[in-house]
Ligand binder design. Structure first.
Ligand SMILES: Cc1cc2nc3c(=O)[nH]c(=O)nc-3n(C[C@H](O)[C@H](O)[C@H](O)COP(=O)(O)O)c2cc1C
Length: 296
């Protein structure tokens, strides 16, 4: 199991040690042209998570390749680049450019940002366009805000995705206590953190059953226990997002908590835990029943 950061939740140039504590660093989404993103206020805290409306602020692919990529290469951590756009053609161009770079290990296709106005082409169309443009591994990052995410996952797999990243944020709004107006300048933003976990667990569960490709799970992961639950519903890998803003040492902590969780269930490895939620209660009892209850 690889431990990654979720796109947009870690600046590896500013915090290289945190990036090095991960198995893979995933960049913030890069678009073809530079974007300033949305007007402030772009981040708001809520009771059970965080709202962000950054709006894909990034330097654009040309400056990213010329100035950011060389710095990321120096970190010596496997690198996935997240790309985003507004039509399948944008992804073709981005993937062609990244295909030339040996520093890039995989490409994550952000087909699910809730903070931009333009309606993108369908996930499958985008994956198909990207597949034709690169031989690098492609991960399709999906939104859980669809009626049937398993169908989107299946369509992305059929279009050539090598893996799925689940999930992106869901749209939310916070009201300012004093003014009763939306806290964010854009009114709505992407909701992330603990409240997203059950939604993300359901998405991973559904896509694991519907596809054969590895799933990178994210959405409210803050502990080794959370990571184990995502593995149990089918995640191959786990990514840390919002938790990194509060706890930059979360990668080490989550790893050691996960090891303790596995030991508590007498599971020899993460592989033994993978997908166990799909096997039904009778299989669980006797196979990985919690051996003791001394860990919280
Ligand atoms: C401040 C912020 C910026 C984000 N930027 C991106 C982004 O550029 N591209 C993307 O695919 N997801 C982005 N996300 C979504 C995260 O990668 C992740 O899917 C989501 O936050 C759920 O995980 P979490 O609950 O652990 O944060 C962003 C999230 C936050 C909080």
């Amino acid at each position: 199991m690889l431990l990654l950061n979720a796109s947009g939740c870690l600046d590896a140039v500013a915090a290289p040690d945190v990036a090095r504590s991960l198995d893979v660093f995933v960049t913030k989404t890069v678009t073809r042209l530079p974007r300033d993103g949305n007007a402030p206020l772009r981040i708001a805290e809520t009771d059970a998570g965080m709202l962000n409306a950054i709006g894909l602020a990034n330097p654009g692919i040309d400056r990213f390749v010329d100035t950011v990529l060389p710095k990321l290469r120096e970190l010596d951590v496997p690198l996935w680049v997240s790309v985003g756009g507004f039509a399948a053609d944008d992804y073709t161009e981005l993937c062609e450019i990244l295909d030339d770079s040996s520093a890039v290990d995989a490409i994550e296709l952000n087909v699910s940002c809730p903070n931009v106005d333009e309606a993108p082409d369908s996930a499958a169309e985008i994956v198909r366009a990207a597949r034709a443009a690169t031989r690098k591994p492609l991960y399709a990052k999906l939104s859980p805000a669809v009626p049937e995410i398993a169908e989107v996952g299946r369509a992305a797999e059929a279009a050539g995705a090598d893996g799925l990243s689940l999930v992106n944020t869901v749209r939310g709004l916070a009201v300012d206590e004093r003014t009763l107006r939306p806290k964010l300048a854009r009114a709505t933003g992407g909701y992330s953190g603990p409240a997203l976990k059950p939604i993300a667990l359901a998405a991973v569960y559904a896509c694991y059953a519907a596809t054969q490709i590895p799933i990178v799970a994210m959405g409210g992961v803050a502990s080794g226990r959370d990571a184990l639950e995502f593995v149990a519903v089918g995640a191959a890998h786990v990514a840390l997002g919002t938790v990194l803003f509060a706890d930059p040492r979360a990668p080490e902590r989550v790893r050691s908590e996960l090891a303790a969780e596995l030991a508590a269930y007498a599971l020899a490895s993460v592989d033994e835990a993978r997908g166990i939620a799909h096997e039904g209660h009778s299989t669980l009892v006797g196979h990985a029943e919690r051996v003791h209850s001394s860990i919280a």
